[in-house]
Design a protein around this ligand. Structure first.
Ligand code: FAD
Length: 465
């Protein structure tokens, strides 16, 4: 039984990777630790449940990584994807600490595997969790329990008592009752606000109603909001997030990676008016997949359709839902309630603009269109061989970047420039410190693991003093 009348050394809010790394790290420093997770046990672990890998610097190949990935190279990659919208000091610190993570996280029971087909381009840089994010979490929870960390599920934090720059207590709603939870230090590791449609609407307007949330419904950003209202400095652009195009048939929440569609480069993408709106062959897919969430978000009713023909069907990783098939473009248009004449015209214009080339989807090939707006710069092949296929797509929000400002100790910074006395943050809730925009696959878990470990350690030391 968890005794809520006692004062813990460290309270961790959240139940994903960042929270568990923080809790374990604090406990290993000798602190008593309570974890409050909003979700029921089955859904514990937030967005971390959906992950597959993390990106850490390392000096040499390992059993599961094909070669070295230096700190400098990781930094260069981060700088490129963020276009400089990152805190160099903090990011370099994270990258340096990431080198220890592959060992540390394995010591907490997590196992890795080599990357599989379809993800081979990440085989040198990213470590894949054996069994995926859920197995990774199960290992962390098992370790946490064995260390004597108290964990409560269905225990959302609904209020925070903060006096100046000092955390005093949290209020958790458990079984319909509000409980005051006291601790000497706080680690907030409870995600972004990506599942809070009303909050998203503040920046995106009514279109946000049509966004699908790829991960947990529990990341409502309520703690982030409370912290901000109580004087913690916010960081990041609220409109910046990771968003991809996912199957429009995906559930509102928790569709996960199996609803992602990687076939944009093989066909054309039209909006509900049957018109193309962006270069589907701009760059290799891993570099471009994260722009399509935003592109679809800007279309009428936030819906679009990927259209391709028979030769492309087996060329990409299948998703959870089958492609919609029709013997003619007329019938395919009907299945999507698109105007058949417009769709056929769009395809005809596209086909007429395709120039001969040697198709190779593994490189930036020479199959492109000419005199077409927007162009298709690579992998342009005529869409002419029935049956014809289509996927309806909507913006799928992965996670938001707005967060709390922290320093290298993962200690929150107050809006008036002071350091928080006993408040720390890790994971999505502070990702905006490192990710001002853009994304590099696997960096979300790096942010959570590295800053989680630091936050837990620092919170424990803070509690002791
Ligand atoms: C489909 C998908 C695939 C992804 N794949 C990858 C990948 O392969 N690699 C990668 O690096 N990143 C990936 N990401 C991003 C990654 O999931 C996140 O960056 C990472 O999991 C964040 O960890 P976190 O602990 O900060 O947040 P989360 O894992 O989301 O955990 C937040 C926790 O806080 C809890 N919580 C929220 N509010 C409260 C409250 N008020 N009180 C108590 N608890 C609360 C939630 O229930 C949840 O348990 C993926 C995301 C998605 C959605």
């Amino acid at each position: 039984m968890v005794d809520l009348s006692k004062t813990y050394d460290v309270l961790v809010i959240g139940g994903g990777n960042a929270a568990l790394c923080a809790a374990i790290s604090a406990r290993r420093e000798g602190a008593s630790v309570l974890v409050l997770e909003a979700a029921p046990k089955f859904y514990r672990g937030g967005n971390t449940r959906h992950t597959r890998n993390m990106r850490c610097a390392h000096d040499a190949a390992t059993d599961t990584l094909t070669g070295p990935y230096s700190e400098e190279e990781l930094w260069t990659d981060l700088l490129r994807v963020t276009e400089g919208h990152t805190n160099e000091d903090l990011a370099r610190h994270m990258i340096h600490e990431s080198k220890e993570m592959l060992v540390w996280i394995a010591e907490q029971g997590v196992r890795f595997q080599p990357s599989l087909g379809g993800t081979l381009s990440l085989g040198r840089t990213n470590s894949f969790f054996l069994g995926g994010g859920r197995a990774m979490l199960n290992a962390l929870y098992k370790t946490a329990e064995s260390l004597g960390i108290d964990i409560l599920y269905e225990a959302p934090v609904v209020d925070l008592d903060i006096d100046g720059a000092t955390f005093r207590a949290a209020t958790a709603e458990i079984a319909g009752r509000r409980n005051i939870v006291r601790a000497a230090a706080l680690v907030a590791a409870c995600g972004g606000f990506e599942a809070n449609i009303d909050w998203l609407k503040e920046y995106w307007g009514p279109p946000a109603e049509n966004f699908l949330i790829r991960g947990t419904r529990y990341n409502q950003g309520s703690v982030l909001k409370m912290l901000t209202i109580r004087g913690v400095e916010q960081i990041g652009d609220p409109t910046q997030c990771h968003a991809v195009a996912i199957d429009a048939r995906a559930p509102k929440y928790d569709g996960g990676i199996i609803t992602r569609l990687d076939c944009v480069v093989f066909g054309i993408v039209v909006n509900k008016e049957g018109k193309r709106f962006y270069d589907e062959g701009e760059d290799v897919w891993p570099k471009r997949y994260a722009i399509w969430g935003r592109l679809v978000a800007a279309q009428p009713d936030q819906i679009a359709y990927i259209i391709f023909d028979a030769p492309s069907l087996k060329m990409f990783m299948p998703s959870c839902f089958p492609a919609i098939q029709a013997p003619t473009l007329d019938e395919l248009a009907g299945k999507f309630s698109l105007d058949a004449a417009t769709l056929k015209n769009t395809v005809a214009e596209f086909n007429a603009a395709v120039r001969p080339g040697t198709f190779d989807h593994t490189i930036l090939d020479d199959c492109r269109t000419e005199d077409l707006t927007p162009p298709k710069s690579h992998w342009a092949r005529r869409i002419e061989t029935p049956p014809f296929y289509g996927y309806p797509v909507r913006p799928g929000i992965t996670f938001t970047y707005l967060g709390t400002r922290v320093n290298k100790q993962a200690r929150m910074m107050m809006a008036d420039g002071r350091e928080a006395a006993n408040m720390f943050a890790a994971g999505e809730i502070m990702s905006g410190n490192v990710l001002g925009r853009g994304y590099a696959a696997g960096i979300g878990m790096t942010i959570g693991s590295v800053f989680g470990r630091i936050a837990g350690r620092e919170a424990a030391r803070n509690a002791r003093n």
